[in-house]
Design a binder for this molecule. Structure first.
Ligand SMILES: [Fe+2]
Ligand SMILES: [Fe+2]
Length: 447
């Protein structure tokens, strides 16, 4: 593989060179002008580049302009789509607007600085390359990034069995999109899945929905839960199933991830309701699956190394680095809608434009708030925005009442781009968090 690294900052160039030198032959240049000269030279020598990593912000001709220039040239030269050079954009800021503009201009992927080796391997594999895996760590056995790189390879070569998302959720969704769905129609779909229909009865009798008398049939349960709520509950039951494991240590981590996902889903739905957005159940599903990449990466890692300590900080950080891209690819393979895939891909970005989809904004906002509510793997970030772990950062695990810190939450809210674009009042968001917090703690275990 022949790689061209284009970046005006020397340090960034050196980092990229270091991380990719064992993946192929690398040439690094510091401007668009030099990049064009290298491309011409390679063309003349009939040894074209396979990949370009392109810094978005550079003086004179920036990354976006160079991308556009290269794509126009390829069209002029009548190069077939599949033979065009793969371009990976690298940005310093997580700006959704910039990325959308790059996608429009024909980039094949995007990463934010600091770029890790796992992210590069993931992106290159997604583009159809087989980058060499980093060296094994001799006596210590496999390092975490080597292990994760191995999973990425297996994933793209179809050697990982993908979880199946029950079709029942889609069927219920389609039924509810109909003009006049009836409880009987809904029952016909749900009763095909014995586990889900059994659970629906239990949930209808739980403290959350309990009426005067216990319900004992599916129809009664559906009437009590209501059509729309049933869709949300079916989604939650179906997703919860994916977070199960026979491995005890993994189960503990999966459980944390489930609680986090459930919290994000519940809060996102409530925030969307506040904003008058109507597809509340889709937003709930988005929250449930936004971190699904982590679920599969953890499972695959433990399958490969049954004795690994899955809560290990370095392993979790490596997984965190690629969970968004990986989650997006996974949801695509599971035939989720483009809108849901996008949420998995960019929920951690922190610069949103005015025209960003509201659904993405509420999930991103809820995700940022979940950690302030104690429903997270990561409780704080260091000055480089890298997540750090804290002992017992999951409120449900500590057993003590997690105290919401009003000042901290208000402070965090004031810096969130998603909140600004949504036009939500921080005071209002805080009161929603206060209201919903005990409900999430109580109900997340019902599923
Ligand atoms: Fe995430
Ligand atoms: Fe998350």
């Amino acid at each position: 593989m022949k790689i061209l690294i284009v970046d005006d900052e020397e340090i960034s160039r050196r980092i990229l060179l270091l991380k990719m030198e064992n993946m192929g032959t690398c040439v690094a240049v510091n401007s668009a002008k030099e990049a064009l000269a290298e491309l011409e030279k390679a063309k003349a020598e009939k040894q074209p580049f396979d990949v370009i990593t392109l810094d978005v912000s550079m003086p004179v001709m920036n990354g976006q302009e160079l991308l556009e220039h290269i794509r126009k040239k390829e069209v002029q030269d009548k190069i077939p789509k599949n033979d065009r050079i793969k371009i990976l954009m690298i940005t310093a800021r997580m700006n959704v607007g910039t990325i959308n503009a790059c996608i429009k201009r024909g980039c094949n992927g995007y990463l934010t600085k600091p770029v890790s080796q796992a992210q590069l391997i993931q992106s290159l594999s997604q583009m159809g390359f087989e980058p060499a895996t980093p060296e094994k760590n001799g006596e210590q056995g496999m390092s975490h990034s080597t292990g994760v790189a191995e999973i990425i390879k297996r994933f793209y070569s179809g050697k990982i069995i993908l979880p199946v998302f029950p079709s029942i959720v889609k069927e219920v969704e389609e039924l509810l999109a109909d003009k006049d769905p009836s409880v009987d129609d809904l029952a016909k779909i749900v009763e095909k899945d014995l586990v889900i229909s059994g659970k629906l009865i239990t949930i209808a009798n739980s403290s959350l929905y309990k009426g005067l008398e216990n319900v004992s049939s599916l129809n009664e349960a559906l009437v009590r839960l209501g059509l729309k709520h049933t869709l949300g509950i079916c989604s939650a039951l179906a997703t919860k199933n994916l977070f199960d494991s026979k491995n005890e240590a993994l189960k503990t981590e999966m459980d944390k991830l489930w609680v986090h996902s459930f919290a994000v889903a519940t809060l996102a739905r409530r925030l969307a309701e506040e904003k008058g957005i109507d597809n509340l159940e889709t937003i709930f599903l988005m929250g449930l699956v936004h971190d699904i990449g982590k679920m599969l990466l953890m499972k695959a890692y433990v399958d490969m190394n049954p004795d690994v300590c899955v809560s290990d900080e370095n392993l979790q950080l490596t997984i965190h680095e690629i969970h968004t891209t990986f989650g997006g690819v996974l949801l695509k393979k599971m035939h989720f809608s483009q809108q849901i895939i996008k949420v998995a891909e960019i929920h951690h970005w922190d610069q949103f434009e005015e025209n960003t989809e509201k659904e993405l904004l509420v999930v991103s906002l809820a995700d940022s708030m979940a950690s302030e509510m104690g429903f997270s793997f990561f409780s704080k970030k260091d000055e480089n925005n890298t997540p750090e772990f804290e002992e017992g950062d999951l409120a449900l695990e500590t057993g003590n009442e997690f105290k919401l810190n009003r000042d901290k939450i208000m402070d965090k809210l004031s810096g969130l781009s998603a909140l600004k674009v949504l036009g939500l009042d921080p005071e209002k968001v805080f009161s929603i968090i206060e209201q919903i917090y005990p409900m999430i703690r109580e109900t997340c275990r019902t599923f």
